[in-house]
Ligand binder design. Sequence first.
Ligand SMILES: [Zn+2]
Length: 100
Amino acid sequence: MSIYEYVPHGLHAAKVKPERCKASVHEPGRGIFIHQCQRKPTRDGWCNQHHPDTAAKRRVESQKRWDAKQERSPHRIIARLQGRIKEIEAELASRKETER
Ligand SMILES: [Zn+2]
C-alpha cells in the first residue's frame, strides 16, 4: 500500500492542515472518504507511521514475510522434495553403472 500526500478534493474536503502529518488516510466505514492523518508530524511533515522511509521498510518486511510463507507452502515443499528425489535417483543410477 502506498502512502499519498493529502490533497483536498471537492468543495467540502477539509483544507490541508500544516500542523498535522500530511498523509491521506481512508476513513474506516465511510467508503472512499479520505482525510488528512490526525497525528502530529515528527519528520519531514509526516508522522512516524506515514514517513516514506517507514513505508518502504514496511514493504520490505512484508515482502520478507511473504517469501518466508511461500517457502513453507506445500507447493514449494513438494518442488524441493521432487528435486531431492531426482538427485537421489541420479545418484542410484550412477552407482548401478559402476557396479556393472
Ligand atoms: Zn500520518
